[in-house]
Design a binder for this molecule. Structure first.
Ligand SMILES: CC(=O)N[C@H]1[C@@H](OP(=O)(O)OP(=O)(O)OC[C@H]2O[C@@H](n3ccc(=O)[nH]c3=O)[C@H](O)[C@@H]2O)O[C@H](CO)[C@@H](O)[C@@H]1O
Ligand SMILES: C=C(OP(=O)(O)O)C(=O)O
Length: 443
């Protein structure tokens, strides 16, 4: 088990260049399997999810050359073969499901393990994905441990309207449509920055996509996709994380940011806690005047609130980071997770720091911030952004805290601890043997 030991209370100061967004990198890696031509990716982050997908590609016989120090990946799926008996898609990561369209396109069959769940945020359906595969002509076979998807020959174009704007289902739709015969249309498509970045990459491969960044996508199928070079942009999750870490420690952090156009709502949400963000000459900076303070709404008898939902709402993956700010800020704030029904259970851990947070229902939490906080040993669930949120709270409290089970951070953020140390944090990883569940405490 990987724990983080944090000696908090030090203001974080300095400059950070964020890594690439895991949720753009992973679909793009999966999409490379749609082409037999060489692809070069730059700014590839050394994170565990990337390594898992690259292992799969190597096992399939693809050529994979990666230099994480330079962030360069050269990949070519020319002599690639998939054998359903031998090969398994990685479990414990949602992105595995995005290997299905390229496997279907290349080998006419794919297999989805039952555990492609990723972060434990509550129910994460695969039904919208299955519907998309079926719409394109895929046939589904249910087995006890997996679903098998098959297609005879190329997929055929389709029109589809999603129940909700699902990120990975939209990416799967685009991958299926890119090589399907005819023009496909998706309504209620997801439009997150990572979906836009993914569509940009697909266009570089030669896909014909219109409407990226909107809720209506049109994809005209082509016979084959080519190779390309592509450079990942900075991860907005990491940008917000470092800005918020600067604010919660009363420091001054500047973060490189080439896409300030994605930030107006994020900035306004930070302003609700008294944090003022500026974007100048490619760098973002967060400052607080005095102390973290929840801004009172003008409407009488209403709680100030942060609502997270599919883009262009505030991204749900940022909610834990804002909850960390909520327990530090004076005043009350309501957090409303409109996406997941099981993403808030971890908030009971906050009481170990002396924080007051009330879970009203599975979707809504109220923080009563500004209480005196104490260092603590807390347990992170298997949720990347929660491990970070707990670390953020600890970083703002003088004394030694421990975040147990913080390893999920390595799924998305390379050199995270090194980056924090560069800003002045006193933090280190501690590898400890996992506890035996049968061992009674004290024996
Ligand atoms: C690899 C990747 O890109 N993962 C991201 C992707 O996951 P992923 O693509 O799995 O997330 P979805 O957009 O499908 O949403 C996840 C779940 O939320 C529920 N749901 C979602 C939206 C909605 O309007 N109604 C609703 O009920 C559904 O149960 C769904 O299964 O998008 C999520 C939502 O931004 C992020 O948390 C994940 O980090
Ligand atoms: C929930 C996340 O990832 P995944 O969908 O891969 O579990 C995340 O990136 O915060």
């Amino acid at each position: 088990m990987s724990n983080l030991i944090v000696h908090g209370g030090t203001p974080l100061v300095g400059k950070i260049v964020p890594s690439a967004n895991k949720n753009a990198v992973l679909p793009i890696l999966c999409a490379t399997l749609l082409t037999r031509e060489p692809v070069r990716l730059r700014r590839v982050p050394e994170i565990t999810d990337v390594k898992k997908i690259l292992e799969v590609f190597r096992a399939l016989g693809s050529s994979v050359q990666v230099d994480f120090a330079r962030g360069v990946l050269d990949i070519q799926h020319r002599h690639t073969l998939f054998d359903e008996q031998r090969h398994r898609l990685p479990e414990a990561m949602r992105s595995s499901i995005m290997l299905v369209p390229p496997l279907l396109a290349r080998f006419g069959m794919a297999r989805i393990e039952n555990d492609v769940q990723g972060c434990t945020l509550g129910v994460r359906e695969i039904d919208p994905h299955v519907e998309v595969f079926e719409r394109f002509g895929g046939r589904i076979e249910r087995r006890p441990d997996a679903l098998i998807v098959r297609s005879n020959g190329p997929l055929h174009a389709t029109e589809h309207w999603l129940d909700y704007a699902s990120v990975t289902t939209t990416e799967n739709f685009v991958m299926c449509a890119a090589l399907a015969s005819g023009t496909s249309t998706l309504m209620n498509a997801a439009s997150e920055p990572h979906v836009q970045e993914f569509c940009e990459f697909m266009k570089k491969l030669g896909a014909h996509i219109e409407g990226a960044g909107t809720s209506r996508l049109t994809v005209a199928g082509v016979d084959a996709l080519g190779g390309c070079e592509f450079t990942f942009t900075e991860d907005f999750h990491e940008t917000v994380t470092f800005l918020a870490l600067g604010a919660i420690t009363d420091g001054d952090v500047r973060v490189k940011n080439s896409t300030p156009g994605h930030f107006p709502l994020i900035d306004r949400t930070l302003a609700k806690f008294g944090i003022h963000v500026t974007h100048e000459a490619g760098w973002s900076r967060a400052r607080i005047d005095g102390r973290l303070q929840v801004r009172e709404p003008f409407t009488a008898n209403m709680l100030q609130k942060v609502e997270a939902a599919p883009w262009p709402y505030l991204p749900v993956d940022l909610l834990p980071i804002f909850i960390a700010l909520g327990v530090r800020s004076h005043g009350s704030m309501m957090f409303w997770n409109k996406v997941y029904d099981g993403a808030m259970g971890w908030t009971s851990e906050l009481s170990k720091f002396g924080a007051h947070a009330f879970l009203s229902d599975p979707h809504r939490l109220v923080t009563f911030g500004g209480k005196p906080l104490v260092p603590a040993e807390v347990e992170s669930p298997y949720i990347i952004r929660v491990a970070i949120a707990l670390l953020m709270v600890a970083a703002g409290i003088e004394g030694r805290s421990v975040i147990r089970n913080a390893a999920p951070i390595r799924r998305a953020h390379p050199r995270f601890v090194e980056n924090l140390r560069q800003l002045g944090a006193r933090i280190e990883w501690a590898e400890v043997p996992a506890q035996d569940p049968l061992r009674v405490s004290g024996t």
